[in-house]
Write a protein that binds this ligand. Sequence first.
Ligand code: ADP
Length: 175
Amino acid sequence: MIIMKMIKVVQGDITKMKVDAIVNAANTTLRGGGGVDGAIHRAAGPELDIACARFHGCNTGEARITPGFRLPARYVIHTPGPVWHGGNHGESSLLHNSYFNSLQLAEQNQCETVAFPSISTGVYSYPLDAAAQVALTTIKDFLQTSKSVQTVFMVCFDSQTLAAYQQAYQQLGIQ
Ligand code: ADP
């Protein structure tokens, strides 16, 4: 059987995604915040914060997995992306690590479908075009050797984010 792996760039609300795992652009406390983090915690219900508290935080670029509770997604993978400090503070490798470590956790938990938000490009101020390059390159490379992960959605909340990821997608020649 031939299985087609793919990246799909879509516009929408990640809390509505019926996938095996959604990724949360968390902060290092893992105790919820604004933006997509707040939206995920509200939609999942209070059990999510109780589950996250047990980790006692998470370093930037690392990832942790919890159930999805009231979300349509089975799991939430939480990763704090880097705060942008001008680009010379390891931001791109930390952003790569957030995507890579999230995908590895998805793989270890037999996920076939994974959805990401645009990590670090909100309050953390990572430039959108540069972030899109790191995100899509990391996902594309990961899919070359993944066993369970088949389809990865980039869920863009607004049209500017959608345009940046669509452009990066074309530049990378992703089919
Ligand atoms: P960070 O702190 O990592 O920058 P933010 O939550 O501030 O995280 O922003 C990350 C991205 O998530 C932004 O593009 C923001 O518009 C987007 N976002 C906010 N809410 C949602 C949602 N419900 N679904 C998908 N993306 C969202």
